[in-house]
Design a protein around this ligand. Structure first.
Ligand code: AP5
Ligand code: MG
Length: 214
């Protein structure tokens, strides 16, 4: 696998740890963490035109249309801070998005975090996210030092609007319906690493770094 470019994408079901591990890897590499889910949630919080358009889709666990998502990603990857590389999280999510990304960054490597659905549901039930900086916690597996407050910035921890069990099950259905051709396209080009997402957070981080030769 070519070690040349610091361009990575995280694939994996909701709750598998994409956001958790993408933040760790991006910090280690000194490149931006680009989460399409975080960008949509920021747009919703800002009540922007994009936010208004996508709010209902996120609440229902459905994908935002590709043309909207692809444009957002293209614009983000064109920012100067992404010129040295990036860690994408939650994109691409279907084959058309993977094909679009290939036109922007043909050398990306994909890291697929695997986790069984029931475990993913349990993790999401305990997740708490900082409303200010987006840091991710878990009430059991990664508890904040002070209940309800972010360790990083002191912001308020909250649950997302797509975290009810029925929406999570719908998001898992969408994921399983779309991801195999995406994984297959990276596998066929020798650019897919598969990581077991079940061990504790630090162990998964070590496994990713080892697999990448970092
Ligand atoms: P997005 O925000 O990407 O959500 P997701 O893919 O459903 O994934 P999550 O963020 O829920 O989980 P994660 O894998 O990041 O896990 P985390 O690290 O938080 O997308 C949301 C929505 O936006 C979509 O449904 C769609 O509507 C829209 N959207 C986004 N991208 C799109 C795209 N490309 N195209 C179209 N629409 C798009 O970890 C989960 C919890 O587990 C945390 O509490 C964490 O602390 C804990 N945890 C993590 N790892 C471990 C571990 N190893 N052991 C124990 N606990 C752990
Ligand atoms: Mg996430």
């Amino acid at each position: 696998m070519s070690p040349s470019k610091k361009q990575f994408v995280f694939l994996g079901p909701p709750g598998s740890g994409k956001g958790t591990q993408a933040k760790v890897l991006a910090e280690a590499l000194g490149v931006p963490h680009v989460s399409t889910g975080d960008m949509f949630r920021a747009a919703i919080a800002a009540k922007s035109e994009l936010g208004t358009k996508v709010d209902g889709l996120l609440k229902a666990g459905q994908l935002v249309p590709d043309e909207v998502t692809n444009k957002l990603v293209r614009e983000r990857l064109q920012q100067p801070d992404a010129s040295a590389g990036f860690v994408l999280d939650g994109y691409p999510r279907n084959l058309p998005q993977a094909q679009f990304l290939h036109t922007l960054a043909p050398e990306v490597r994909a890291i697929l975090i695997e986790l069984v659905d029931d475990e993913a549901v349990k993790r999401i039930a305990g997740r708490r996210t900082c409303s200010t900086c987006g840091a991710i916690f878990h009430i059991i597996f990664k508890p904040p030092k002070v209940v309800g407050a972010c360790d990083v910035c002191g912001g308020t921890l909250a649950q997302r609007t797509d975290e009810t069990e029925s929406v999570v099950r719908d998001r898992l259905k969408v994921y399983h319906g779309e991801i195999e051709p995406v994984a297959a396209s990276y596998r066929a080009r020798g650019r897919l690493l598969t990581i077991d997402g079940a061990p504790p957070i630090p162990d998964v981080a070590v496994a990713i770094r080892k697999a990448l030769g970092l």
